[in-house]
Design a protein around this ligand. Sequence first.
Ligand code: ATP
Ligand code: MG
Length: 402
Amino acid sequence: MNEIILIKNGELALKGLNRKSFEEALVKNIRKAVAPYGDAKIIRAQSTMYVHPMENLDIEDAVDCISKVFGIAALSRAAEVEKDMEAIMPAVCEYLRDELESARTFKVEAKRADKKFPLKSPEICAQTGEYILEHFGNLTVDVHNPDVVVTIEIRDTAAYIHKQPIKGAGGLPVGTGGRACVMISGGIDSPVASWMMAKRGLELSAVNFASPPYTSLRAEEKVKDLLGKVADWSGNIRLHIVPFTEIQEAIRDYCPEDMLTVIMRRYMIKIAQIIARKDGALALISGESVGQVASQTLRALECTDAAADMPVLRPVIGMDKEEIVSIARKIDTFEISILPFEDCCTVFTPKHPKTKPVLEKIIEAEQALENDRVNIAAMIEKAINDTATTIIKPGNIQEELK
Ligand code: ATP
Ligand code: MG
């Protein structure tokens, strides 16, 4: 039996005149998602898409990756059969055997797009219902609250028998909202923040600050592995790893200890947005959550935000750690995030960081650093020049660019 995948668009349907471009983006994203596994023919009809896997594409693999494509409300597998009740009814029993055997009640629904089909929808339902009752002694009909709904769709090309729908990833197709650049650490929060913004239709770039030899290559691998998981949902991510050691050491040596973290974070923002702009990104993304640590009080956020002249999106800002962890588990990043490799934020941390830094004082300290002591501008330029870029693709396929 030939199987296809039916896709119900999500929020897409609401987008009025933009709908066509959203649908086109969705088709493109579905095609890209299945590409590592094989090819598919995709047909659009109203709010449903029909994905026909080619011979080289396994249906389980296709369902698996399509369930991670944003912009889809629900998907289901369906069997394609000849448009003839003599073929349809036995096919229903065969295709839905497991579901029907383990249920107590069912109903049949028919959708008849092909108006030339000789039976009307109620007749299709009645005949199929009777046929099922003859073959499954365990079942009775319940039209209000059935355990199993048998859906039969008669289209111009063929008849389709639907399996029970599964929930799609929701959100909007990646790429329809432009690009943003995530500041990715090896922690739990920033991969979740990345995923949440990709869900809102944003394409992702990423910047990670590394401070070798204080941080190891394993820490960089960890960041790549985390983004590999996110890329299963977001598509390709351009990751830029910025060598941050020299700048961090200058901050450590010349700035007041209790201001180190906030100043370091401000330089991260300044550098990240230069790289973000080069990538065509219009915003930064960070994994901050109010009150989680000293650098995430409102005062500290005021200081970091003031270093930015593009929006900083913080999707987990109001979430508890537990809520963030539950998403991290769902997207399979949690187990990687808890591996114990040093992040540049955890080296040179002050014993008593200021929880209420004052912006003017922070700026004064930075100016002292920039004017008198070290050539920070040159260090920033060098760090950007020495940045290494890798494209992270679904399935954690990595392509080094330089
Ligand atoms: P996470 O779990 O994402 O690491 P966190 O709770 O550990 O977050 P911080 O270490 O204060 O918090 O970092 C806050 C945010 O700053 C991170 O979510 C991330 O967006 C960004 N960030 C932290 N370290 C780095 C880094 N080495 N490179 C790039 N961005 C970073
Ligand atoms: Mg961190």
